[in-house]
Write a protein that binds this ligand. Structure first.
Ligand code: SF4
Length: 315
């Protein structure tokens, strides 16, 4: 089972300043079927629960953490707690981080900063900022952004692909396994970044005859970068057309027409991606196109997460 680090309050732990939690059902009930969670809460660690609320105040561009009512400077305690929670999640084989929006610690671009009593706009909370610094090309999101079907689909796809890459690194024994991995990810990688996909192909071809370890490390580094790109309707349509091109000789003219119509309807945001995918999968099964059936792009994560079932999952 894959592991995801999550702000403890989103798991329902009564750990917020007022001793409440803020359970997020998508995380606990849907992702929870496929992931175990590593909870963190820097504020509870630093100040206990319940506690006075804090805010981030900018002083000469330095971030200070100040309690809202008693006006105490608690920056040092907070920084220590952030470091501690960072080490905790770094010690686990996590494949993603989900943060609680708007919190001075956990907000991802949604945390209010102040200069005196004046608002200085919204930026990353202290823990979110530290996570972004230490986890490069890593799936990181906050729960409020995951309400958006497009961001949710991109995030979950990235988490599962990241997990696959971790498993590959852990278990790989032959170059052929790397080739098979790249083959299965062909269309998904193309839907993210065509040029990177081609470069990954060159790494796998390994004309320089590098060792398996060196080749795998180079591959995984660029793979992570590639899956961190967001998909788009345009790129997805491109990939769908590529897939159809793969078996168009086998299709009857009626099937071809129906499939092209579905792709157009997906592009025009009339039908969701899952409708086109189901047709492609059905036809690939009918004509026994195993290459397509093995594509991660068709099933990048468990089907019952149903992330491709809304019209808005593409942009
Ligand atoms: S938002 Fe972060 S710091 Fe605040 S209660 Fe939740 S986990 Fe703790």
């Amino acid at each position: 089972m894959l592991k995801i680090a999550v702000s403890a309050c989103l798991l329902g732990e009564p750990i917020r300043y007022d001793k409440t939690g803020q359970r997020d059902r998508f995380i606990t009930d849907k992702l929870g079927k496929y992931a175990t969670f590593v909870p963190f809460c820097p504020e509870h660690l630093a100040f206990g629960t319940p506690r006075e609320t804090i805010r981030i105040v900018l002083e000469n561009e330095h971030k200070k953490v100040i309690t809202v009512f008693s006006k105490n400077d608690v920056t040092e305690a907070m920084n220590e707690a952030v470091e501690h929670e960072l080490r905790k999640i770094q010690s686990e084989p996590i494949c993603g981080i989900i943060l609680k929006s708007k919190s001075p610690s956990c907000g991802l671009g949604s945390t209010k900063y102040y200069s005196g009593a004046m608002s200085e706009g919204k930026k990353d909370g202290l823990f979110a900022f530290t996570c972004k610094e230490h986890f490069e090309d890593f799936p990181i999101e906050e729960e409020a952004r995951l309400i958006d079907p497009w961001l949710r689909e991109n995030f979950v796809m990235q988490v599962f692909a990241y997990h696959d890459a971790m498993m590959l690194r852990q278990n790989i024994k032959t170059m052929q396994e790397l080739v098979s991995f790249h083959t299965a990810y062909k269309f998904l990688l193309q839907s993210k970044h065509e040029a990177n996909y081609r470069f990954l192909g060159k790494i796998v071809a390994n004309h320089a005859k590098k060792s398996l370890k060196e080749t795998t490390e180079a591959y995984i580094a660029l793979f992570k970068q590639t899956i961190a790109h967001k998909g788009s309707i345009g790129k997805t349509v491109n990939v769908l057309q590529h897939m159809v091109g793969f078996f168009k000789k086998e299709l009857s003219s009626g099937e071809k027409q129906a499939l092209h119509l579905q792709i157009e309807e997906f592009r025009d945001e009339i039908i969701p991606l899952i409708a086109v995918m189901s047709t492609i999968e059905f036809l690939a099964q009918k004509y026994e196109i195993h290459y397509l059936l093995g594509q991660k792009f068709l099933n990048p994560y468990p089907k019952d997460l149903a992330l491709r079932s809304t019209i808005q999952e593409g942009k």
